[in-house]
Ligand binder design. Sequence first.
Ligand code: ADP
Length: 626
Amino acid sequence: MDLKIRILHIDDNALDRQLVRDALMRESDTYEVISVDNRILLEKALSEENFDLVLTDFDILGFSGLQVLQIVKDKKPDVPVILITGTGTEEIAIEAMKMGASDYVLKSAKCIHGLPHIINKVLDNKRAQEERNKALSALKENEALYRTLFENSRLAIFLLTMDGKVLSVNPYACRLFEKTEEEFLKSTREDFVETKDQRFQTIIEEKLKTGHAEGELIFKKGKYKHFPGEIDTTIFKNNDGIDQTILFIRDITEKKLAEKKLYTLNKAIEQSPTSTVITDNKGVIEFVNDKFTSTMQYSLDEVIGKRPRIFNQGHLPDKEFYAMLKTLEEGRIWQKETQNRKKDGSMFWENVVISPLLDDEGAITNYIIIMDDITEKKKLFDDLVIAKEQAEESDRLKTAFLHNISHEIRTPMNSIIGFAGLLNDPDIEKGEKDQFTEAIVQSSNQLLSIITELIEIATIETGQVRITESKVELNTTLKLIYNQFQLNNKNPNVKLILNLFQTDKELLIITDSTKLSEIIVNLVENALKFTAKGFVEFGYTIDKNNLMFYVADTGIGIPPEMHEVIFKRFHQASVSTSSVYGGSGLGLSISKAYVELLGGKIWLKSELGTGTTFYFTLPYKRYLTD
Ligand code: ADP
């Protein structure tokens, strides 16, 4: 590093030049002296090189030291100039100092001898001045910086005396508080802080105790408004050593609103009646609400950090799973009704909606899964479908029934009308007449029984059937039924058998004898109708608290899939039954309704082509004689 002090010396007298050079060199070898003797060389040297100092003779051939001074100030204003004068007067020296010369030396041997000392002093002054300038400009820079911060800050900044009198405010404070600077300067902090806010006193006390305090307060805005703000206050000493308060206030209205909104949303999700899960963008659970934990029976700890089943491969078929991922990756909502399993293993139906949450750049940050338990809804829907199917079925059956019934009514009616017409013929003989009358009676009975059945089913349907219980001699009742059928049985290939539990004694029970008889008659009638040969046997057994009746036959049998259906109204074992055997499909449903009204059950066993046995039970209520 070059530590030499470079000095440009201008003098047109060689002896004088030498004199100065010798004086400097004698003192120290740190001086490097470049000497010139005219203006051109002076300007050239100043333009091309750097110097720490210029020494100039006052009286140079053709121009003066004052001109040299001017040239140096123009070209290198920072370089100090020392004037050496042999002829100059004190006035000239003062003039030179006014023009910016740093010092002057008289051209005497004694004075020249002191030149190094003057040079050092000038250079020291220059350095000191430079330091001062630097400090000043740093100060100015700082001042400008703080001023800019103060003027442009989005914080309201106040300078206060310790007892709260306003000394200075920034423009933002004026905007925020809707007050002018003048108004502020006439006020104290009590004019803009809501003093009723109990936190105010705490903050002041804290500041006095520790020199610093912060917190939230309510502030006055304009004349009537208020706003919430965050306050930060500190004590500092001013230039005179006096304590002052500096106050920073930030408007947190927006923050509070956002917090409130967030709180509301949070509560809404937490208390939502639908299960809600929030995962990160990898599908790892970050949050589940109460409804989720209560529905799925998993606690929060058991699911946080795990993946919901819906994200697991294998739960959905591959194709659907990838379609779901694609939908979500495209930022779209995915929805499906699916079955899920609770912790206890029970399955339930839910409607799952997964929606991806996107940030401002459109990247997925989270997934929100909303699961709605639709088990009840689904059941309701399934029930509705079943009800609809039943309604359609019932409609079909009614149509079929109308066909049957019109056939069932028309056949005996036609026969009645036909034979009644024939009775009018005066030429018919007595035997024929009896035959016609008999046919009319039979057809009328048939008609009557159909109408009775219809009325009975209507009564059952409207819930108007009443049970009238009384003492019943069971064996006698069954024997009567047997005798009636025996009398009318016209098929010699079918034997009618009555099997009584106790043949010798009467069995006294309490029941509705009419209903019981109707049930048995109906079953026996069917048995005889559907049996071409073999036997029809009916009777009962006693099993603890129940009487079990049966009617067995060796008839055509009933296919297994019809064992339950035939008890429903208008149902027959096959579509051809009605055309071959007649009937309305009502008898069994009437019997079933009666059995149940009497407190029993009815069922059957049957094998196609072999025969059928109908069973029904009744509670065994004995009639107790004294
Ligand atoms: P229907 O008036 O048609 O006989 P039911 O309700 O009494 O009406 O009987 C319903 C259907 O059950 C009959 O149409 C028949 O197909 C079948 N069925 C009833 N009893 C017997 C039986 N003993 N053997 C064969 N099929 C029977």
